[in-house]
Write a new protein. Structure first.
Length: 146
């Protein structure tokens, strides 16, 4: 079975690196995005989903198979992919695991409660080259395992 890398591409700054690494390791790369973020990258298949809340996430979960690598920054999607036997990794190189997903989901829920109550939270910091390097190392390591 050919290894696959599925990329939740909406708002993902590492699409190019994911496609490149997948190709280097002989893995098939699928880019999933909605109609407002259309990607066309040589060496990857793009699947465009209708625009709407979580449409890309549901399409990805329906496609993912045991052993696939999923690139996403969405903790909820990562949890669903873990349940399907996939290996989700963040755009910063953190692999989501059974050991860390519960605390990440709790932090997300807490942040949502704060925002719903009118509170404000700081947004993400500007992306650094170190984050790109950590992602490349993590994805390469996952691809080598296959």
């Amino acid at each position: 079975m050919t290894r696959r890398v599925l990329v939740d591409a909406d708002g993902c700054p590492v699409v190019d690196q994911a496609v490149s690494l997948a190709g280097q390791f002989g893995a098939r790369c699928l880019i999933l995005c909605d109609t407002s973020h259309h990607f066309k990258k040589p060496g990857a298949q793009t699947i465009v989903c209708s625009k709407g809340a979580d449409s890309v996430d549901f399409a990805l979960v329906n496609l993912v198979q045991r052993g696939d690598i999923v690139v996403t920054q969405d903790y909820g999607l990562a949890a669903m992919c873990l349940a399907r036997g996939a290996r989700p990794v963040s755009q910063d190189g953190m692999e989501y695991t059974a050991q860390n997903i519960d605390s990440l989901l709790l932090a997300r829920h807490t942040a949502q409660k704060i925002r719903s109550a009118g509170g404000r939270l700081k947004g993400p910091k500007k992306r650094t080259p170190q984050q790109n390097q950590a992602f490349v190392q993590a994805l390469a390591s996952l691809l080598k395992e296959g």
